[in-house]
Design a binder for this molecule. Structure first.
Ligand code: FMN
Length: 198
C-alpha cells in the first residue's frame, strides 16, 4: 500500500473480530516496525511486552481495569493481541553520559523533551501504520496511572521501566464504529501550521 494510503486509512479500532487471531508473521512484522524507528543517540530504549494467549490477555485486563465494566472495555477486550510499550529513562541517561554526548551529570533538566517518550511515540506510530498496511486494526491507549504497578507485577516488568501505553491488534469487528474523528472534525492545517512566524 502507498504510504499516503496507509496514513489516510489508519484510524483507531476499538472492537475486533473475536474468532480471528493475528497471524504470527504479521505480529512479528508490527513488532519489528517498532524497533526500526529512529531513537535519540540510537539508545533503543523502548521495549515491548507481547500478550497473545487468553490467559495473558485476561491477566492484563484484570490488572489494568479490575472489575470496571464499560462499552470501551468490552470492545477492547476482544483484541486477540496486546503489545505493551515500555521505555527506560535510565537507558537514555546512561547513553547520553557516554563520551560522544558527555552529559555525565545525568541531569534530566538538560533534556529539551523526554526523548525516552519521544522515541516511544515513534515506535507506536510505526506499529499502527504497519498494522494498517497489513490489513489489521489497531488502537493505542494508555494504562491508567494507578494501575501501572499492578501491570508491572502481573508480568514481572522491572520498576525502572516506564509505561508508554498499549497497542491492541486484530481484525476490526464488522460494525466497529470510528471513535472521536466521527464526532470532532480534524483541525484545519492553517490552525496548526505556522508559516515563517507563529
Ligand atoms: C497518546 C495517545 C493516547 C490515546 N489514548 C486513548 C485512549 O485511552 N483510549 C482510546 O480509545 N483512544 C486513545 N487514543 C486514540 C485517539 O483518541 C485517536 O488517535 C484520536 O481520536 C484520532 O482518531 P484516529 O486515530 O482514529 O484518527 C490515544 C491516542 C494517543 C496518540
Amino acid at each position: 500500500m502507498e504510504l499516503s494510503e496507509v496514513l489516510r486509512r489508519r484510524r483507531m479500532v476499538r472492537a475486533y473480530a473475536a474468532d480471528r487471531p493475528v497471524p504470527a508473521e504479521l505480529l512479528d512484522r508490527v513488532c519489528a516496525a517498532a524497533l526500526r524507528v529512529p531513537s535519540a543517540g540510537f539508545t533503543q530504549g523502548v521495549s515491548l511486552l507481547v500478550l497473545t494467549s487468553a490467559k495473558q490477555r485476561a491477566a492484563y485486563w484484570s490488572a489494568a481495569a479490575g472489575s470496571v465494566r464499560s462499552r470501551w472495555l468490552t470492545g477492547m477486550r476482544t483484541a486477540p493481541a496486546l503489545v505493551l510499550l515500555w521505555t527506560s529513562q535510565e537507558a537514555y541517561l546512561d547513553r547520553y553520559a557516554e563520551p560522544d554526548k558527555g552529559w555525565t551529570d545525568r541531569d534530566p533538566e538538560r533534556w529539551s523533551a523526554p526523548y525516552w517518550f519521544v522515541d516511544s511515540g515513534m515506535a507506536a506510530l510505526a506499529m499502527l501504520l504497519t498494522a494498517t498496511d497489513a490489513g489489521l486494526g489497531a488502537c493505542f491507549f494508555g494504562v491508567p496511572a494507578a494501575r501501572i504497578g499492578a501491570v508491572r507485577t502481573a508480568f514481572g516488568v522491572p520498576a525502572e521501566q516506564l509505561s508508554v501505553g498499549v497497542v491492541t491488534l486484530g481484525y476490526a469487528a464488522v460494525g466497529d464504529v470510528p471513535g472521536s474523528p466521527a464526532r470532532c472534525s480534524r483541525r484545519r492545517p492553517d490552525e496548526l501550521i505556522h508559516q515563517g512566524v507563529w
